[in-house]
Design a protein around this ligand. Sequence first.
Ligand SMILES: O=P(O)(O)OC[C@H]1O[C@](O)(CO)[C@@H](O)[C@@H]1O
Length: 408
Amino acid sequence: MPEADTAPSSGAPVIIGGAPGSFARKVLTERHPALIQQVRDAIPYGPPESQALHVLREEIEGGAISPLPVGAHGYEQWNRWGREYIGRSWFEVPFLWAESYFYRRLLEAVGYFEAGPWQGIDPFGPAKRAELRSRAVEEELAALDDVAGLPPEARDLAVLHGALWGNRADLGFRISSGRAAGADGGSEGDGEGGGEGTGRVIVDDSAVLWEYALPPGAVHVLADNAGRELTADLVLIDHLLHTGRAATVVLHVKPYPYFVSDATTADVVHCLRRMTRAPGHAAGVGARLWEAMNSGCLAVHTHAFACAPLPYAAMPGDLRDDLARATLVIAKGDLNYRRLVGDQHWPGTTSFAELTSYFPGDGPLIALRTLKSEVAVGLDAAALDALDASGEPWRTNGTHAVIQARRP
Ligand SMILES: O=P(O)(O)OC[C@H]1O[C@](O)(CO)[C@@H](O)[C@@H]1O
């Protein structure tokens, strides 16, 4: 089945980038310019790349959306996806499309796809690597010594919550929440697996995960961020393999840099090297994962659709077939969540299971996500009222999380 060209969007209004006072507008007007600056500060690009970044910044701050240059990587596909949006203002198009296209344009500006000196150089690489060297990662790896000694149920909980709250370690999120990316370490500790401040799980379907994570499982993980989050995800993957819950794991990563810190194959390698060189138990976990990659028990998959500005409902047939082989799918992070349910203003009580009923496979689909954008579904009415009454920006400030399941 070929992928759909545009987002199927029935049911609720699509989130538009520029709605005055909205979270989305803040991302477009504050986070994206700050990201361009971060990239310029991190890498000494030459005049063509610096000038292209300058032009992109001017465009996103008030200009009309330009097409990719003719012949650019994915030119035809992006033109198709953007045929209703190119030429318009960044503030009047769907937020998911605008963010996604911004990252594609940023890679264009820095010559990522073009034959030449900057080809394949990840503009977010310095920030990702700084995070891997951070005190926070060092402490989280050291904490594996204690996790190893826990009784089985507590160990299950620790690795699951590590992966869940690891999602808060997203370098884009840190830019807008005013925290330095990576270098400071930044872990104040919340007893929930490494995040800033305290966090609260507002939907907890983790029992579904443990119910269906059974031998000989074929688990697929849709990865999110590199560095700290990926380290925690790899610990969870090792745990599933090592305890026999999974015979194989497929880790789906991005084929190229995307959404600041999203994991690519290179990031998996950096993470595994970091783990194998750590003291204590972490090195053993890293070595097991390394061996699992060698033996094929842990495989890394990439698909172009991972960087498409579309919901998973529009996924192409080959990806659908791949995911249909899973006995359990774990989707990490905020962006994957938006793409799973559709980036729309759903009432918070809309059923997660119904919105994701199209997702392939006979096993459960489990979203592990800290909330960093406006979409939230599957909440009970009383909980939703209480959250709204709290006056907190609970949908976007990263202090709330869900472990949300669609049962088979
Ligand atoms: O890394 P994650 O968890 O997918 O979060 C990415 C999120 O960050 C944002 O770019 C800004 O919060 C969201 O729009 C996006 O969904």
